[in-house]
Design a protein around this ligand. Structure first.
Ligand code: AMP
Length: 190
């Protein structure tokens, strides 16, 4: 299997580049943010819980997220590999993912770290907020999400560095040029 973590702050292009990766490598895709928004839109209990965190720019508790990933993997069937998008966002989630993948006799091959400066992230997310309909794409919540990323999510990168699978990718410029760098990094690790 080819398992990829697409990593980076909010607005770094994880969703966009996931779409390119899906096409190029024929992979399954799991975005925990998308799954949570689906729960919100269908008014589930989990959705209501998630919304209370998302609207504050905070992380949904690890246990909730890990359960979601566990049941996704359980139902997934045979695939070439999986792109994990927006997950793991804490070191505890990264450890839980490693343990879960072990039970499937597989692992993360590469963690792609999309690097984009904060002022550019802010600009992109405010622009996206004009059409995304996302309640968390407003200036105040964006600032909180960026702070949450620095404090709780960035340490995940050290986890993957220690595993020898982290690859830094410059996340600014043409989408297709960024994807060329991504392909080179994936092909080097697969
Ligand atoms: P995203 O669409 O990936 O930007 O996620 C939107 C929001 O959903 C985040 O700001 C978090 O509140 C929540 N969320 C998504 N993925 C996770 C995760 N792996 N762990 C905790 N919270 C998450």
């Amino acid at each position: 299997m080819l398992n990829i973590v697409i990593f980076g702050p909010p607005g770094s292009g994880k969703g966009t580049q996931s779409e390119n990766l899906i096409k190029e490598y024929n992979l399954a895709h799991i975005s925990t943010g998308d799954l949570l928004r689906k729960e919100i839109n269908t008014n589930t209990e989990l959705g209501a819980l998630a919304k209370s965190y998302i609207d504050k720019g905070e992380l949904v508790p690890d246990e909730v997220i890990i359960n979601m990933i566990d049941s996704y993997l359980d139902r997934m069937g045979r695939v070439n590999g999986v792109i994990f998008d927006g997950f793991p966002r804490t070191v505890a989630q990264a450890g839980a993912l490693r343990d879960l993948l072990k039970t499937y006799k597989t692992k993360i091959n590469v963690c792609l770290n999309l690097e984009v400066p904060n002022d550019e992230l802010m600009k992109r997310l405010i622009e996206r907020g004009k059409t995304s309909g996302r309640s968390d794409d407003n200036e105040e919540t964006i600032a909180k999400r960026l702070a949450t990323y620095e404090k709780q999510t960035k340490p995940v990168l050290d986890f993957y560095k220690k595993e020898g699978v982290a690859a830094n990718i410059k996340g600014i410029g043409e989408i297709s040029a960024i994807f060329d760098d991504i392909k080179a990094a994936v092909d080097a690790k697969k």
